[in-house]
Design a protein around this ligand. Structure first.
Ligand SMILES: [Zn+2]
Length: 87
């Protein structure tokens, strides 16, 4: 079994350039709008996966809101669903 652990991504962190504060707290966003696809897309991977809070720096409270908004956005066709890896 080959365990793919993303440990070797230490050298190049392309995501958010080390911004480790909650964007939503900073902007004093209380409600995350699922219609704001651009904002939600920042918090998802290319595959459509939601980035974990420890990557983006989003606090637990906003991460929860974010996940909810993203799931809603997916349902509305604003964001895409997670694409299964092929090949
Ligand atoms: Zn926050």
């Amino acid at each position: 079994m080959n365990r793919n652990r993303p440990d070797n991504s230490r050298g190049k962190k392309m995501f958010f350039n080390k911004k480790k504060s909650c964007y939503f707290c900073k902007e004093r966003i209380r409600y995350i709008d699922y219609k704001n696809g651009g904002m939600l897309e920042r918090s998802t991977l290319e595959t459509g996966k939601i980035l974990p809070g420890r990557v983006t720096g989003t606090c637990a409270y906003h991460q929860k809101l974010l996940a909810k908004a993203i799931k809603r956005a997916r349902h509305m066709g604003i964001l895409k669903f997670v694409e299964p890896k092929r090949g």
